[in-house]
Ligand binder design. Sequence first.
Ligand code: BTN
Length: 246
Amino acid sequence: EGQNVITLQRVPSTNEYLKEELSKSTPLTEGTVIMAVDQYAGRGQKGTLWQSEPGKNLTFSMLLTPAFLDPKHQFMLTAAITLAVVHWLESVLGVVVKVKWPNDIYIGDKKIGGILIENILKGNQWKSAIVGIGINVNQTLFPDAIREHTTSVKQILHRDCQIPELLTDLCKQIGQAYFSLKAGRFETLLASYEQRLYRLGELHPFLVDGVKVAGVLDGVAETGRLRIDFNGHLVDFDIKEIAFVI
Ligand code: BTN
């Protein structure tokens, strides 16, 4: 995948751009990548903004059509893509990379990137998946509110990296992950994803319905719900129901 890269100088959001392209009559081929030099209204999970200094970071979206995947296994796509990013980033940085559920990319206690996958389904069939990825690469100054919990490739390697090269390697990694997703080994995939979870097995404070509660992060269900152990009682949550307390 990722052979077909379209670089846009300035765009509000590459996810949004792909979505609009999909509503036009000219078909886009699977694997098409829209990459932004300056993405000025990037979107994150839960309606947040994804801010990125122009020209400094990796901000792109890839179009996939996972027709082979039962929509009830949507989370397996998320897991496969997330693991691809983790493995790619580890090879770039040479340090351990973790996943803050569901798909924030973490180095230690700092976020280096995020993934926003938008699945477009028609009934029980896939139309497409827009896989949006943002990785902090050469940016070293961040807004006050996030500075403490944010990092970038440059802050770790102490040098600038070439964005197009990084993109090529990451797309290769995603292509491999997508290919093995077709083989459908979901248990192995889920196990590798769980192994990468930030704070796995640790007692950690979470916000549930606005209330702060401590629980041990136990793992993730096949559906992608986060499983927390509250004194031996396992409860699972979706992304709207729970948040990490930093
Ligand atoms: C998050 O951390 O909440 C997810 C961030 C996802 C950001 C990427 S950047 C490219 C793509 N286009 C967007 O508008 N968002 C994603």
